[in-house]
Design a protein around this ligand. Structure first.
Ligand SMILES: Nc1nc2c(ncn2[C@@H]2O[C@H](COP(=O)(O)OP(=O)(O)OP(=O)(O)O)[C@@H](O)[C@H]2O)c(=O)[nH]1
Length: 766
């Protein structure tokens, strides 16, 4: 036995538990694979007993002793082993409700809206009677059938209203009147009722068989013929409800109300609400409303699952990470969601289902669209990063063809971008990555241009280093030999060097795929840097120390050497002042050459290329280059510096002059010759004594040789220092000895008066 539900209680309130009960009965997911059957008939005519017997349900059966109405409202039970919901409807002409026929009509409306089969339960003896045979109820059923299923259907509507099987169960059949006779009587009665029913204008000619099928079965007396009763109920269950191949099978699809099981609970509740509130009940409209309600519900459930499915990729994509195979994840999630929706919703009214499906697809794509946009953005970033990396790696190799490297790399990364963007572009969407692709191409061009400008800069720096080295050499040579054409020489060699550098630069820059405009602009930078390097070298060579040294050299060359380049030995007869003044003036004249870079030949003047804005777009310009003032750079020595140098030089020159003067004086103050003659005459005896004595002679010769070596090796100073030191040491030792001797003498002297002692001390001191 299966559990039962009081779906509409005697207070006419619809149960809240139908949905969960359907779940318990495991019918919610059965789609159209279920049926609803309702039983009608007078009160206490054994309806519940029959249903329990037929379907294994658990409806209350009347207690024989009390004989009072058992079924109130409408009960529902699931048939055992058959996907069939059975509704036990409160008996008509119920004693408790008296003449209140309202519930009878409402329950008929409600049951007809839901049931494929209506069981009309009646005693055999009621056949032919209007009241007892529920003919009034049947009339109600036929009338409401029009209002419910047909009223709003227009002629264009090809879908036919569902038919209903009216299965008459004739109870306590005594088998005296054959079933055929009973069938004829009942069919006639029903036809009469049909004819008496007021029909819509366009359906006045409609036949009963268009909307209802009739069938009749008899049941023997349950108490008097229990075995036959059991056999017949078993046969009815089998032929009418179990065996689909039986020609009597009652649960045919054409009777089905086409309410999917998952929407049944909501549908019945809505129907009851309409019926209960006496509102017009239009089943197709209700079905459409149900379809809308359920499709929305299913779509919302589906979307929830869909959102959970994509949450794992949403975060990383949004924070800028490239998620591999995102397209597959999106496609799978969308497919899964639509399958889930289709699985349940396809049973509902097609137009509604189609519309809701479209809306669902829209919602899914609205959710996926930001992911797509973010992923395309991430792809763009990834492509640029990879392009940069590849470019830098390939440009590090020893030999490369810049334009080829750029072409290959950009093509590769653009293709990768397009391939991956296609992977995430869902079919049927208007999503496009074209704009981003265009941007990517522009960015790749920008990166290539930056790279090219770096390469150009590298090239410029290389050439600048070469210029610095070469310029350093010739600047030093030229400035060391100042002359009126000193700057002509410097600039001449500088220009020649620049010409060579420019040719080399043009050749290499064109290999970098540079345009003539870029080459022209960057050549300017090369020239500016070269000038700055040259100027720095000049600055270095014109530093105070170097320049002073150079002036002094020039002066000395002029002062200490004669015109033939032979060093001068100053004689008293020489006009030192004149030579000194000459050399000094000459040197000071040359100092003026260093004031500014001013060649005599106008053509040698360097034309410094001015920096314009376009260069900045092509190549990185150094701060020094940007703020450099060429005009100022032509000035080498400031007035103050020149004056200071001249003053210092003069001091040095004066010192040289004084030295020269002194050497003349010392040569003038020599011992006169006659002094040596006198010395020889007066000391002849002594000289002869020495020469005649071999010992003295030997000693003298030794002394002379020693003196010679001391003089030539310049040992006079050290020897005299040693002698002085030795003398001092001897003196110190002698003094020490004397003091000690004095102290000893004092100690050994007899102790006498202080006077004696003092006297001795005084003597010693003296
Ligand atoms: N004569 C006869 N009595 C029957 C038959 N089946 C059931 N009964 C009796 O009829 C009485 C009413 O049975 P129910 O099954 O409660 O009848 P019901 O139509 O469901 O009654 P309500 O739910 O109150 O309308 C019970 O006492 C049954 O024993 C039958 O086939 N013939």
């Amino acid at each position: 036995m299966t559990s039962r539900l009081h779906v509409i209680n005697e207070e006419k309130i619809f149960s809240n538990n139908l949905s969960s009960q359907l779940n318990q009965w495991q019918l919610s997911n059965s789609g159209f694979n279920y049926n609803v059957l309702s039983v009608f008939g007078s009160q206490s005519t054994g309806k519940s007993t029959l249903l329990n017997k037929l379907f294994g349900t658990s409806f209350d059966v009347m207690d024989e002793s009390q004989r009072r109405q058992t079924t109130k409202g409408i009960w529902m039970c699931k048939a055992l082993d058959i996907p069939l919901l059975v509704m036990d409807v409160e008996g008509t002409d119920g004693r408790e409700r008296g003449e209140d026929q309202d519930f009878e009509r409402k329950s008929a409306l409600f049951s007809l809206a839901a049931s494929s089969v209506l069981l009309i339960n009646m005693w055999e003896h009621q056949v032919g009677l209007y009241q007892g045979a529920n003919m009034g109820l049947l009339k109600t059923v036929m009338e409401v059938n029009f209002s419910m299923f047909i009223a709003n259907s227009n002629s264009d509507n090809t879908e036919k209203p569902p038919k209903t099987l009216l299965l008459f169960i004739i109870r306590d059949h005594l088998a005296i009147t054959p079933l055929d006779n009973l069938r004829t009587t009942l069919t006639n009665d029903i036809e009469n009722i049909w004819n008496s029913v007021s029909k819509p204008e366009n359906l006045t000619e409609a036949n009963l068989s268009d909307y209802f099928d009739l069938d009749f079965v008899t049941l023997p007396h349950k108490v008097l013929q229990p075995e036959e009763f059991d056999q017949q109920t078993l046969r009815i269950r089998n032929n009418y409800f179990s065996d689909k191949d039986s020609k009597e099978f009652a649960l045919k699809p054409e009777y089905h109300r086409k309410i999917p099981a998952d929407g049944l609970s909501h549908y019945l509740e809505t129907i009851w609400d309409k019926v209960q509130n006496n509102k017009d009940l239009d089943v197709p409209t209700q079905q459409e409303l149900l379809a809308q309600y359920r499709c929305d519900e299913i779509a919302s459930e589906t979307l929830k699952i869909f959102h959970n499915r994509i949450i794992s990729v949403k975060k990383p994509v949004e924070i800028g990470k490239f998620v591999p195979e995102l397209g597959k994840v999106m496609r799978d999630a969308e497919k899964e969601a639509l399958e889930m929706f289709d699985d349940i919703a396809f049973r509902y009214a097609k137009p509604v289902y189609d519309k809701k499906r479209e809306e669902l697809v829209d919602s899914i794509r609205t959710t996926l669209s930001p992911l797509y946009i973010s992923q395309v953005r991430n792809l763009h970033k990834k492509a640029i990063d990879n392009f940069k990396k590849e470019l830098h790696t390939r440009l590090k190799s020893d030999s490369y063809d810049f334009s080829n490297v750029v072409k290959e790399s950009s093509q590769h990364h653009i293709e990768t971008f397009v391939e991956q963007a296609n992977e995430i572009t869902l079919q049927g969407t208007d999503w496009s990555y074209i704009e981003t692709l265009e941007q990517l191409k522009l960015d790749i061009d920008t990166v290539s241009a930056e790279c090219r400008s770096e390469e150009l800069l590298k090239l410029i720096k290389q050439l600048d280093r070469t210029i610095q080295k070469e310029a350093g050499e010739f600047v030093e040579v030229c400035l060391n030999h100042p002359d009126t054409d000193m700057w002509d020489k410097v600039l001449g060699r500088f220009n020649a060097l620049l010409d060579r550098s420019k040719t080399s630069y043009n050749m290499k820059a064109s290999k970098l795929n540079s345009t003539q405009k870029e080459i022209d602009a960057t050549t300017g930078s090369l020239l500016r840097r070269a000038w700055i390097s040259l100027r720095n070298k000049i600055e270095e060579q014109c530093s105070e120390a170097i320049l002073l040294f150079r002036l002094r050299s020039i002066f000395e060359d002029k002062f200490r050497y004669d015109n033939k380049g032979i060093p001068r030995v100053w004689r008293p007869s020489d006009d030192i002042e004149l030579i000194y003044t000459d050399a000094k003036e000459h040197t000071l004249q040359l100092l003026k050459l260093y004031r500014s870079i001013q060649p005599q030949d106008e053509e040698k003047v360097f034309s410094y290329p001015q920096l314009d804005d376009t260069v900045q777009d092509i190549i990185r310009v150094s701060d020094e280059e940007e703020s450099y003032n060429y005009e100022e750079s032509l000035q080498v020595l400031g007035e103050a510096k020149e004056a200071q140098l001249a003053a210092r030089f003069k001091k040095d020159a004066d010192a040289i002059y004084v030295e020269a003067k002194r050497s003349v004086v010392s040569s003038i103050s020599k011992i006169p010759l006659w002094f040596y003659v006198a010395l020889l005459v007066l000391g002849w005896n002594e000289l002869w004594a020495i020469l005649s004595n071999p010992i003295y002679l030997t000693l003298s010769l030794l002394g002379l040789v020693t003196a010679y070596f001391v003089y030539t090796l310049n040992l006079g100073g050290p020897i005299s220092t040693i002698l002085v030191t030795v003398g001092k040491e001897v003196n110190r030792i002698i003094v020490e000895k004397m003091v000690n001797l004095q102290a000893e003498t004092r100690d050994t002297a007899p102790t006498g008066t202080g006077k004696n002692s003092d006297t001795l001390n005084a003597d010693t001191n003296s």
